[in-house]
Every structure is written in structure tokens, then in C-alpha cells.
Write a protein that binds this ligand. Structure first.
Ligand code: COA
Ligand code: ZN
Length: 329
């Protein structure tokens, strides 16, 4: 019995892939990736056809030294008209810097969990909301759209489950209260599982059909792709992912990489979805990552190749075959 034909047959349905490797990925790296390499990486990701790129973060350079060159990177990348260049912003100071550097969109961040918000941003959620309301007012003045990323929407590594009502309540404050263009439900530490993802995605979609919804999964417990598919089945069409599967929040114990851009594109294209991404170009860029960050990357596609990247037969194949054919059945 095939209960779910639509999920397995994408039938050309558009899925928007949003690259976060240059922000979520590089923020935890010890090695400082040289500014010109960051710019070249973003340019390749643009050419590869990502719908949106979270280029960098305008945070305190003391908190995240890896992204201390945010201004130069955002100013000097090549802009393609069909790509949205977004930047993470934690406060008004960050928003001013990002607007100055020509961000297409500000990605505001707070956590659905009080404990994680305090640990990550050193504020209560209420304080964060007040600060982000100010950022939002500034963004509206200069007509730069705002997206809100809600960390720990699928669970907090310190508190446990975050009630669905709590997550939806924070979404409502941003969507109905502040007219945010979009919300990203973030599974910051890989606690999401498919049934939960389907339920939260469907609840969001029912309540705010006109709001841009992004799902942001980490592959911490190996459920990344399963969660992406569950979200698609429940009506989602935008996903964050990081090249090579690098990344993780520095204030989330046990955090590991985002779902891997090339793995998700590879799987979705095979299933008949249309991501608009040039997979070969993405894989090429991912192969260059270990040299930039100084260590191996999780990407299974870089390790194994694409499904139909075939291997040569063994050197003695002709002899093997002859021997086999000479044998009686
Ligand atoms: N850009 C540049 N510098 C900033 C800044 C910004 N957006 N926001 C704060 N600062 C600087 C302040 O000027 C101050 O510098 P000083 O020590 O030289 O005076 C310092 O950072 C601390 O500022 P303060 O306002 O006291 O904030 P804080 O110490 O409570 O830190 C954050 C708050 C959120 C700004 C900081 O913790 C941060 O940037 N964290 C990064 C969080 C993050 O990116 N997490 C991963 C993504 S989820
Ligand atoms: Zn993340």
C-alpha cells in the first residue's frame, strides 16, 4: 500500500534551499577562514543556485571571532538578483552594521527556550523580544525585511521539550505583532523527529499560510533528512542547510552540523523535487572545504559520490568474467 504518493513523487515541486554554512557553519570553526576565501565561497554558492544565503552574522567579534569580517564579506560578494543575501543580527548594533553593509534581509534570533536564550544571548526571552522589536522597527524604516529564527523550537538540550503552544505563541508575536516576513523553526541541537516536525509544520502552515516558513535542522541524531521529508509532506518548501554539513551552535551542548546541503539537494532531486541547485558545483565547493577549515566534513556525498557516480570495474574484471563464463551453471 502506498499511502503517500505525493511525498515520494515531487513532480517538479519547487523547494527553496537556503545556505547557512558561511554563518552557522563557520561560526564554530577554530580556524579563521580568510575573508577572500569566504567571499569566493559565497560567490560559488550563489552561482550554484541557492535561493538564499545567510552570508554572515553581525554579532560581537569577541563572542564569534570567526565572523569578525562580516562587513567586508557582505559588501564584497557578487550579488545575483535571484538570490537573497541575509545576515544574522542579535541586536540594534548588529542591525545597523548589516543595513550599512547592504543586507537584503535581517535574520533575528532568539530561542523558544528560556534557558537556551539566557545561555546563548544573555537575556530572558522577554528581553530578547523587546530588543528584537527595536531591531524590527529600524528594519521597517529602511524597508529591509525581517526573518525570525526561533532556536530550540523542537526541544532544548537543557530544558527538554518546548511545548508547541509556546513555540506558536512566539511565532504569533513576531508574525502578527511585528509583521515579520518569515519565521525559521530551528532544531538547534537535533532533537526534532519526523512526527513532531509534521505536526508543528502543519500547525504553522494552517495558521499563517502567507508567511515564509523555513525549517532548520541539524543532523545531530541522524534524523535530518527524515525531518526534511516529514516537513515537505506537511507543506514546507524552504530549508536551511550547510555545505558539507558543517556547523552547530557554540552554546548548545553536543551540537553538531546542520543538515548537509549537497545531501538534501541530491535526495530531493532524485525524488523529483526542483531545487534549482547545480549539485556538481555544490559538491566541488564542498570538496574544497576541508582545506579551508582544517578538518574533515560530514558530507556523505563528498565521501561516496552521487548515486550514479559510477566506479571502474576491478582491474582483473575480464579474467573474472572469463572464468565465470567457463564454469558450468
Ligand atoms: N556587533 C559588534 N559588537 C557588538 C555587538 C554587535 N552586534 N553587540 C554587542 N557588541 C559588543 C559591545 O560593544 C561590547 O563590546 P565591548 O566589550 O568592547 O564594550 C560587547 O560586544 C558586549 O556587549 P553587550 O551589549 O554587553 O552584550 P553581551 O555581552 O550581553 O552580548 C551579544 C550579547 C548577543 C551581542 C553577544 O553575546 C553575541 O554577539 N553573541 C553571539 C551569539 C551568537 O551568534 N550565537 C550563535 C548563533 S545562534
Ligand atoms: Zn543551527
Amino acid at each position: 500500500m502506498n499511502r503517500n504518493d505525493t511525498l515520494w513523487n515531487g513532480a517538479g515541486r519547487r523547494i527553496h534551499m537556503q545556505e547557512v554554512g558561511t554563518r552557522d557553519g563557520l561560526q564554530v570553526e577554530e580556524a579563521f577562514v580568510p575573508t577572500e576565501d569566504k567571499i569566493a565561497l559565497v560567490n560559488t554558492l550563489s552561482r550554484a543556485g541557492m535561493a538564499k544565503i545567510e552570508v554572515t552574522a553581525f554579532v560581537s567579534p569577541k563572542a564569534i571571532p570567526a565572523l569578525r569580517d562580516a562587513e567586508i564579506v557582505l559588501r564584497e560578494i557578487e550579488r545575483r538578483p535571484d538570490v537573497v543575501y541575509s545576515a544574522l543580527v542579535p541586536n540594534v548594533r548588529g542591525a545597523e552594521r548589516a543595513i550599512d553593509a547592504n543586507a537584503d534581509e535581517l535574520n533575528l534570533v532568539m530561542s523558544a527556550s528560556e534557558t537556551h536564550n539566557l545561555a546563548n544571548l544573555r537575556m530572558t526571552r522577554q528581553q530578547s523580544f523587546a530588543a528584537l522589536s527595536e531591531v524590527n522597527a529600524l528594519a521597517r524604516q529602511v524597508k529591509v525585511p525581517v526573518n525570525v529564527s526561533l532556536s530550540c523550537s523542537f526541544g532544548c538540550p537543557m530544558e527538554g521539550d518546548v511545548p508547541v503552544a509556546t513555540v506558536l505563541d512566539w511565532c504569533a508575536r513576531f508574525i502578527e505583532g511585528l509583521s515579520a516576513r518569515g519565521v525559521t523553526l530551528c532544531d538547534t541541537t537535533g532533537m526534532a523527529y519526523p512526527g513532531q516536525v509534521a505536526a508543528l509544520t502543519a500547525a504553522f502552515r494552517d495558521r499563517w499560510p502567507g508567511t515564509e516558513l523555513t525549517l532548520h535542522f541539524h543532523n545531530t541524531r541522524g534524523m535530518g533528512l527524515a525531518n526534511v521529508l516529514a516537513a515537505i509532506d506537511a507543506g514546507a518548501d524552504r530549508f536551511d542547510a550547510s555545505l558539507g554539513g558543517i556547523g552547530g551552535c557554540p552554546y548548545a551542548p553536543g551540537a553538531t552540523g546542520n543538515v548537509c546541503s549537497e545531501e538534501i539537494v541530491h535526495a530531493l532531486e532524485l525524488m523529483g523535487y526542483r531545487t534549482g541547485v547545480d549539485l556538481a558545483l555544490l559538491v566541488e565547493a564542498s570538496r574544497r572545504l576541508p582545506a579551508l577549515i582544517g578538518h574533515d566534513i560530514p558530507s556523505q556525498i563528498v565521501k561516496a559520490g552521487r548515486r550514479l557516480d559510477l566506479h571502474p570495474v576491478p582491474a582483473d574484471f575480464a579474467a573474472i568474467r572469463e572464468r565465470a563464463l567457463a564454469r558450468a551453471i
